[in-house]
Design a protein around this ligand. Structure first.
Ligand code: 3NM
Length: 231
């Protein structure tokens, strides 16, 4: 249903994300993965994430066609706009642009950040996964808006299984990198205290959330740890 407040809210949430990146890249950063979602669709899972109050959601889907991904992202863009949630698309710069996502998240083997920036413009958030101090410094130099830092622990979610980089890499980033960062890789409710204690303000989780029996209950538990944490 149309309401002027809702339309105004959309304008407010859409504009100036870039000026508020420190606020946006905070707390629980949820990432989809339908194959780990226990029979639930990406859309169902995102619905639960939004209902539970998650503020940033990344669409990550390695198994579907471009058209299927586009259609899901279109739907998720509507859902996230309605609720004021930041929406990031993994890998697919084309889809991110077409659905007017807030951002795109790329990996080390994707197109150079400068080229992605040329395509998406200054308004869109660009995040990049990094696994070493050299990659972190490089991402900053090339104009990334935030970096992923991981995998901190063993993870079976990524196809190309990467050895954990260790918490020392997070320590390096906390100390030396002055753009927002999100800790990732094997982070769960039971080990997130350690990550928060080392100074991370934003933590990404895939399987811990999408694979939970009760997604909303899990999010609520994880969120309460943030507020009791080091912040
Ligand atoms: N990127 P889970 S680790 C998508 O280190 C992804 O860049 C990583 O999944 C990186 O929370 C990872 O289930 C998978 O361990 C994280």
């Amino acid at each position: 249903t149309y309401s002027i407040e809702k339309e105004y809210f959309k304008v407010l949430t859409f504009e100036n994300k870039k000026g508020r990146l420190n606020e946006i890249i905070t707390g629980l950063y949820c990432i989809t993965s339908e194959e780990h979602s226990k029979g639930r669709s990406n859309i169902e899972v995102v619905e639960k994430m939004i209902k539970a109050g998650v503020k940033i959601i990344q669409y990550r889907e390695k198994k579907k066609s471009l058209l299927e991904k586009y259609n899901e992202c279109k739907k998720i863009r509507e859902m996230t706009l309605d609720s004021g949630v930041t929406f990031i698309v993994n890998d697919n710069i084309d889809i991110a642009m077409m659905v007017k996502a807030d951002g795109v998240h790329i990996g080390q083997d994707d197109l150079p950040i400068e080229k992605v920036r040329e395509l998406v413009g200054d308004e869109m958030i660009i995040g990049i996964s990094t696994h070493s101090p050299t990659q972190a410094e490089d991402a900053v130099r090339r104009g990334a808006d935030y970096i992923g830092v991981g995998p901190l622990y063993r993870t079976y979610t990524k196809e190309d299984v990467c050895e954990p980089v260790g918490l020392e890499y997070l320590d390096y980033v906390v100390k030396n990198i002055n753009i927002p960062y999100v800790a990732i890789g094997g982070i769960k409710e039971h080990n997130m205290d350690e990550v928060l204690a080392r100074g991370a303000r934003c933590i990404a989780m895939v399987t811990e959330i999408v694979g939970a029996d009760d997604i909303e209950e899990k999010i609520s538990k994880v969120k309460s740890k943030f507020s009791r944490g080091v912040l």
